[in-house]
Design a protein around this ligand. Structure first.
Ligand SMILES: Nc1ncnc2c1ncn2[C@@H]1O[C@H](COP(=O)(O)OP(=O)(O)OP(=O)(O)O)[C@@H](O)[C@H]1O
Length: 564
């Protein structure tokens, strides 16, 4: 069928064909991340008016092992549907079933990841810690009940939003455990990040995977949240074991005897005897209940670690939500992952990936299953045009030009980082801010406590950077200062004249000066809150996004004619 004839086709057929032209459905905006498998761009879905993240994975068939990893990931993400796991919304249909090389996967857009959040925020509260850990364990309970082990949990693989929502991503190293076959550990394929690797994975202690490897990683991530630093940043596996035993002490003789690998057993037996360091000493400010749970998650022996479900029932989470109601999954079926259990050719994996993509193209899938689709046909899929846009953004990203900015919203909306204060300058900055607030028409009573009646803030000064989203705490152009007080609020002042295009509106409507107040209020507990997927859930710490605040304030100021 020729495309030009579409106009004369009945509605159903037109709809069918528009599926192929879906590349134009998305307006690509900027690069938001880069992984070893390709780049991720934010985009606007003109059909749903939603922001999405599109990951382009290049040359997927160059190595069958990479293609297998990709197939595993897209399959698992389709099968694992849970609010704490990132969702694939769509996968673009490749133009040719036999020849495609790249795929474009459309995800829900998240603002950041936990690695960035930890880096950018040194004033997370106990409520943040608790809410983060709760979500991670809730997601993990679901994953484990599906018979899946993630195997590569680390802060970079946990996406985060400014409302403190977390979502687990990157299932490329995940494994499905089947009852009939041992989930053998193949050391050669074990490439998960060392710092979050359980001790049994640091040297063939055992021959089977257990879900406890993920619990260990969650323990390490939780400890990193508490201190802002990785707990066990080992330089190699031996150093990794050294660091682990420095904190936990040398394992008992019984535990060492259970280590299967002789070399590892010998190494542990010959190690000088170390006493465990009490976690209360390592994390002096942490909630004792949090530390009790952490200690269990970091048990040297996998059998001593709690399951995700048991961890959720720990008193640390008392009152947070109905722990027992957190959803479990149906175990994933063997048939879906049959490709993992045999040698597979490039052509076979191509066919399987294509088949998986069709899950997002129901009409095409029907044709495919009936065996009536034409395999040699090149679909006018708009992927080519897409490809060009991605390449251009990638080029700009590499060159560091402003067209494709890598900066993201995360840091601006979560509690800000505290760039080392300049104490001498604090009084002056505070006075300037107070004065500028007055100029902006802010009454004394409306000023944050720290600036009322010329008061001098007793807290730290932070530099304010600007990124494409406005005021941000990530490195960029310095445009002002923030004074934080009570860890709860901040005021940023800047000169609209210096702000780039994205803030033109501000300049036009508000004149020279505008100010942004960013801050977050303390978390609320709300066990009756429902997630978008109907999952009984929690409402996390709420954080005011500066962008929203600016917009609101500027609109008010313009309406009242109080600025400029
Ligand atoms: N849905 C999303 N929304 C926003 N950003 C995302 C999303 N998915 C991924 N990213 C960002 O893009 C980056 C790369 O993504 P991802 O980790 O999925 O790629 P990868 O090639 O699998 O990476 P890796 O090298 O870790 O295997 C991540 O660091 C993450 O911050």
């Amino acid at each position: 069928m020729c495309l030009w004839n579409l106009i004369e086709q009945p509605a159903a057929e037109i709809e069918f064909f528009t599926e192929y032209g879906e590349g134009s459905r998305y307006r690509i905006e900027e690069v938001v991340g880069k992984g070893s498998y390709g780049i991720v761009c934010s985009a606007y879905d003109t059909q749903t008016s939603e922001k999405v993240a599109i990951k382009r994975i290049n040359d997927i068939f160059e190595h069958v092992s990479d293609a297998t990893r990709i197939l595993r990931e897209i399959k698992l993400l389709r099968l694992l549907s849970h609010p704490d796991i990132v969702e694939i919304k769509h996968i673009l249909l490749p133009p040719s079933r036999r020849e495609f090389k790249d795929i474009y996967v459309v995800f829900e857009l998240m603002e950041s990841d936990l690695h960035q959040v930890i880096k950018a925020n040194d004033d997370l509260t106990p409520e943040h810690y608790q809410f983060f850990l709760y979500q991670l364990l809730r997601g993990l309970k679901y994953i484990h009940t599906a018979n899946v082990f993630h195997r590569d949990l680390k802060p970079k693989n946990i996406l985060a939003n400014s409302d403190c929502k977390l979502k687990i991503c990157d299932f490329g190293l995940a494994r499905v455990a089947f009852d009939d076959t041992p989930t053998a550990i193949f050391w050669t394929d074990y490439v998960a990040t060392r710092w979050y690797r359980a001790p049994e994975l640091c040297g063939s202690f055992s021959s089977k995977y257990t879900p406890a490897i993920d619990i260990w990683s969650i323990g390490c991530i939780f400890a990193e949240l508490l201190t802002g630093k990785p707990l066990f940043p080992g330089k190699n596996v031996v150093h990794q074991l050294d660091l682990i035993t420095d904190l936990l002490g040398t394992p008992s003789a019984d535990a060492i005897a259970r280590v299967r690998n002789e070399k590892a057993r010998r190494y542990l037996s010959s190690m000088r005897k170390k006493k465990p360091i009490p976690l209360s000493q390592k994390f002096p400010n942490a909630d004792p209940l949090a530390l009790h749970l952490l200690e269990r998650m970091l048990a040297f022996e996998p059998k001593d670690r709690p399951s995700a479900e048991e961890a959720l029932a720990h008193p640390y989470f008392r009152g947070l939500a109905k722990v027992e109601r957190e959803p479990s999954a149906q175990p994933v079926t063997k048939m879906e992952f049959e490709f993992e259990r045999r040698r597979i050719t490039q052509e076979e994996i191509r066919e399987l990936i294509y088949r998986e993509i069709l899950e997002y193209h129901p009409k095409m899938l029907k044709e495919f299953l009936k065996g009536t689709e034409s395999t040699g046909f090149m679909y006018p899929s708009a992927v080519d045009q897409f490809k060009k846009q991605f390449s251009c953004l990638e080029e700009n990203y590499k060159n560091g030009t402003t067209v494709a900015r890598p900066e993201r919203q995360h840091a601006s909306s979560l509690p800000r980082p505290c760039v080392v204060a300049d104490p001498d300058n604090r009084t002056q900055v505070a006075a300037e801010i107070s004065e500028d607030l007055s100029k902006c028409g802010i009454k004394e009573t409306e000023k944050p406590q720290a600036y009322k009646n010329g008061a001098i803030p007793s807290t730290k000064t932070t530099q304010v950077y600007q990124n494409s989203h406005g005021i941000a705490a990530r490195p960029g152009k310095v445009v002002g200062s923030v004074i934080q007080h009570n860890n709860a609020q901040a005021v940023a002042l800047t000169d609209a004249g210096e702000v780039d295009d994205t803030r033109k509106n501000v300049k036009n409507t508000a004149g020279q000066l505008y100010y942004a107040r960013s801050g977050y209020s303390y978390p609320r507990r709300n066990s009756s809150c429902k997630s978008e997927r109907g999952n009984e859930g929690l409402e996390g710490p709420s954080i005011v996004h500066p962008k929203h605040y600016i917009a609101r304030k500027v609109a008010t100021a313009a309406a009242e004619g109080s600025v400029g």
